[in-house]
Design a protein around this ligand. Sequence first.
Ligand SMILES: C[S@@+](CC[C@H](N)C(=O)[O-])C[C@H]1O[C@@H](n2cnc3c(N)ncnc32)[C@H](O)[C@@H]1O
Length: 219
Amino acid sequence: MVFKILTIALLLPPTIHFTLKFIKHKSLYPFMPFKYNFRRRRITFAKTLKLLDERHVKMIIETGTSREGLKNTKGDGAATFVFGKWAKQNNAKMHSVDISEESVKGAQDEVNRQDLNDTITVHLNDSLEFLKNFNETVDFLYLDSYDYSKTDKEIQVKSQEHHLKEFQIIEDKLHDNSIVLIDDCGLPGGGKGKTVVEYMRKKNWKVLIDAYQILLVKN
Ligand SMILES: C[S@@+](CC[C@H](N)C(=O)[O-])C[C@H]1O[C@@H](n2cnc3c(N)ncnc32)[C@H](O)[C@@H]1O
């Protein structure tokens, strides 16, 4: 079967290859340059950007920073620079926290390249520690730290518990108009969001989109 598909694919004319590639290219154009492919996050990023506009968001927190800057829109999402760009255009502030020195350096280099230092602060810290000490109101919370595993059940549970703890720590800084987006959910074992979304549903949060990412607002 695989051999058959490969043979058919090889026989397709170049125009069809180009068309297929074009269909698979999920850009956020015109907000982001067309060359960036946001793949499975396009739908949730687009809806989130719309909500940020509508709700006049002023404070954004991201756990787990864009360690490769804008290089990995397909794999990691590059959310720091999507939401950071929005923040700059809308006089909002963004804090992105990461436990790894290397990740922080990768993100900070891109912050410098994009001239986003007045908008985005990248913090080197455990997200739980950072959130405990954060004392301002949060309008948009993006949870994407503790790396998930598609196969290792222990890592899956640890990642899910970590994202639940993050939410519980910052919960009282959220308000009725806050937006929460959780990355890497559509994965075996329920992804990063499994446990935190169960908790949030009980606390009157409503799922707006349940795709690769889960987007929630208050009921
Ligand atoms: C998938 S990446 C984040 C991708 C980023 N949000 C983006 O959109 O490009 C996950 C990051 O979480 C960080 N991380 C893992 N455990 C963490 C923790 N306890 N506190 C803060 N960051 C953590 C990792 O170092 C890694 O850089």
